[in-house]
Design a binder for this molecule. Structure first.
Ligand SMILES: [Zn+2]
Length: 108
C-alpha cells in the first residue's frame, strides 16, 4: 500500500514539483507536459499481459530499457529547447520512479 502511494505520488505529484522548479510562473503548463511523458507507458501495450502489478518494467518494455534511459538523460542534459528538455527530464524521472518500484519489489 505504501509502495503504491509512493509510486503514484512520485508519478503525479513530484513532477509537479519538478515543473515548479523549472518555471515558477508556468508550472501548470510544464506539469501537463510532464504528465504527458507518462505516455511512454504505452509501450506496455506490446507486452502480455499488458498490466501486471509486480512486474518490473525496467528492461522489460522497449521504452524502459537502460539504453532508452541513457538517451533520455543525454537529452535532458544537452538539449536546449525548453520543452524538449523538460520532456527528456520527465522521461528520465519516469524511469527512475519505475526503477524504485522494481527495487522495492525485489527487497521489500
Ligand atoms: Zn513506466
Amino acid at each position: 500500500m505504501l509502495q503504491k502511494i509512493v509510486h503514484y505520488g512520485l508519478h503525479f505529484l513530484a513532477i509537479g514539483g519538478i515543473a515548479y522548479m523549472y518555471d515558477k510562473n508556468n508550472w501548470r503548463k510544464y506539469w501537463l507536459i510532464l504528465l504527458a511523458t507518462m505516455l511512454i507507458d504505452l509501450d506496455h501495450l506490446w507486452a502480455s499481459p499488458i498490466f501486471e502489478p509486480n512486474r518490473c518494467s525496467i528492461n522489460f518494455h522497449f521504452l524502459h530499457t537502460y539504453y532508452a534511459w541513457v538517451f533520455y538523460i543525454l537529452g535532458a542534459l544537452f538539449i536546449r529547447h525548453r520543452i524538449a528538455k523538460l520532456i527528456f527530464i520527465g522521461l528520465s524521472f519516469h524511469l527512475l520512479t519505475d526503477a524504485i518500484d522494481c527495487l522495492w519489489n525485489f527487497y521489500g
